[in-house]
Design a protein around this ligand. Structure first.
Ligand code: NDP
Length: 240
């Protein structure tokens, strides 16, 4: 097939599983990451997937990074906007820095990446863009006004862009995971994690591979009629 897929935050957690699933499906995969060189090097050595370091929050770095990936691998056909961070705090303690860091990475980062692949996808009349939002962007979450706003923004962005891409063969979709067993969730204190699991009807955290399979489907030719959609994968916790 020879298609090229670029996964942001693609060397750890959910993104790593997405990179691995897309490689298994026959894509040439490039995995972007922000700063954890050790994890990226280990990921590359284990899975044979090339890693590229830049921050999605920096527009010019995205432009240069994508140009490098395209020089190495060919035009990006599939973009997975997976990179994300949390800076949780109840709103009365949330600082402008908490707000800005999360918006810059989780929302503006999606603009920065998508904007730099969009013209090429339009010219080639094919593209797949999948952005990883969150259940907390759909329903809101205590101490996550920044994160919930960014992740809800990703959904609005997707629905608007799906309309612009439709006639150009570009689909734009969101996967909205519930709680998934990655570093991000395992960093939550155990007691809090137990109370989270108690609220999940299937009675467990999701696995990164379960999100990766949703992303691989939306990236495939079989999903050509699905655009502007949000696939919720949350163990029955929230319906949207
Ligand atoms: P992890 O913290 O395990 O991994 C985050 C990845 O994003 C890392 O590869 C990290 O790079 C990268 N990253 C962070 N900031 C940037 C940046 N500025 N530029 C480029 N890459 C960056 O996160 P998860 O795997 O848990 O989460 C992946 C996505 O899924 C996120 O968008 C998250 O919000 C979303 N999500 C996660 C849920 C969960 O339960 N885990 C639930 C719902 C949504 P590096 O390795 O260099 O640090």
């Amino acid at each position: 097939m020879g298609r090229v897929a670029l996964v942001t935050g693609g060397s750890r957690g959910i993104g790593a599983s997405i990179s691995i699933a897309l490689k298994a499906a026959g894509y040439t995969v490039a995995a972007n990451y922000a700063g954890n060189d050790e994890a990226a090097a280990a990921f590359k050595a284990e899975h044979g997937i090339d890693v590229y370091k830049w921050s999605v929050a920096d527009y010019d770095a995205c432009k240069a990074g994508i140009a490098q990936v395209e020089a190495d691998k060919g035009p990006v056909d599939v973009l997975i906007n997976n990179a994300g961070i949390t800076r949780d705090a109840p709103f009365h303690k949330m600082t402008p820095d908490h707000w800005k860091a999360v918006i810059d990475t989780n929302l503006t980062g999606v603009f920065n990446m998508t904007h730099n692949v969009w013209t090429g996808m339009r010219d080639r009349k094919f593209g797949r863009i999948v952005t990883i939002s969150s259940i907390n962007g759909q329903k809101g979450q205590f101490a996550q006004a920044n994160y919930s706003a960014a992740k809800a923004g990703d959904i609005g962005f997707t629905r608007a862009l799906a309309q612009e891409g439709a006639r150009a063969g570009i689909t734009v979709n969101v996967v909205a995971p519930g709680y998934i067993a990655t570093d991000m969730v395992m960093a939550v204190p155990e007691k809090v994690r137990e109370s989270i699991i108690a609220q999940i009807p299937v009675g467990r955290l999701g696995e990164p591979e379960e999100i990766a399979r949703c992303v691989a489907f939306l990236s495939s030719d079989d999903a050509g009629f699905i655009t502007g959609s949000v696939i919720s994968a949350n163990g029955g916790q929230f319906f949207a």
